[in-house]
Structure formats: C-alpha cells, structure tokens
Design a protein around this ligand. Sequence first.
Ligand code: URA
Length: 219
Amino acid sequence: MQEVLRELRAYLEWARQAGLQNLAVSQRQPDVAMKLPTLESVREQMGECTLCKLHKGRHNIVFGVGNPCARLMFVGEAPGEEEDLQGLPFVGKAGQLLTKMIEAMGLRREDVYICNTVKCRPPNNRNPEPEELEACEPFLRGQLAAVRPEAIVTLGKFAAQALLREATPISRLRGQWREYQGIPVMPTFHPAYLLRSPQEKGKVWADLQEVMKKLGLRK
Ligand code: URA
C-alpha cells in the first residue's frame, strides 16, 4: 500500500511540474501523463547543458550515481575538483567519509542514490549562485521523480538551505524532518565539515539513525 501511495505521489508531483493541472488534461494527453521520467531520460534532457555559466569551466557533468530505485537519496552541494574530473559525485575525501556513513547504516553505496544540487563544479569550489541553482533544479526534480526515494538526506548547509529555501543555520536545521516535493528530508552536516570537526560525528550519526528508523532499517 505504501509503495502504491509513493508511486501515486511521485506521479502527481511530476504531473504538477509538467503543467498537467487536472485529470481531464492528463486523460487527453495519455502519452505524456502516463510516463514518469527515468534517470536516462533526465540525463538525456540535460545533454551538454549550457543553461548557466558553470558549463564553461567544467570537465564533466556530475549527474549522479547509484540505485535507480533507491529508497534513500543523498543530496550534496556541488561537485569538487575530483568529482569534476571523474564525472562522479562524492569521490574525494569527503566522499570516502560519506561511503563510511552509508555503510554505518548497514547499506552500500550502490543501494542509495547520490547527487548534488548543481551538476557542474563552481570555480574554486565557491557556493553555487541562485541562478545556477535555479537552472539546475529541474534536473534534481527529474531525478527525484525517476528514483522516487522514500527519504532524502541533505549534506551541509547549502543543500539544505537550497532545497528548503530558507536561511536557517544548518546547526538548527539538522536533525529535524522537513519536506521537499512531498518527500521527507533530513538535513545533516556535510562530510567535509566532519573531516574538519570530527567531534560533530555523533550528531550526524543521530540524524542517520532517524533516517534508519523512518526506513525501518536495522544495523
Ligand atoms: N561535496 C559535495 O557537496 N558534493 C560532491 O560531489 C563532492 C563534495
């Protein structure tokens, strides 16, 4: 039953974004209305994106990686240098710590889906700008509509503030369930921050345990 509700919610959210306002419209456009995006179709739609200026400095688009049917999605900020070179999210030092966090939950990296709020590396790892975020957000929404996770973990201040559209400090956002596109969101600290402040690991573990509880995961 929960799976049916999740699918229905994802479909309705996707239909709303696609501009299908009511059932009468969707009945008249059955091909559009009945097809949820797939990760492949979203990536294809992105192509060699030039919607914002970040495309000028990138080596690779860092789209996302993981299980296309993941129950859990991690959303970080933006690719760093290593991610830009490899075209994969969270493969540097912070990524290695993220892998350990996932494994501590009793999962493997391949079980979850990992992506970022923006898919191209900002110069010198600066924060993405509002118009870059706005240009890239439809692709994140497409990824969510394709994967239909039961929960999202945002990593760090930027991802949480960008998805939740508020400037509350991450120290206050973390550990509290919120929502994005009808999906429960658990904001937590970024693994790069944990590398600098390992004494904060306990808080992140508490947040991840909340996620495990919601998903009925046991270690
Ligand atoms: N930090 C992020 O937020 N995302 C990555 O992919 C790598 C580092």
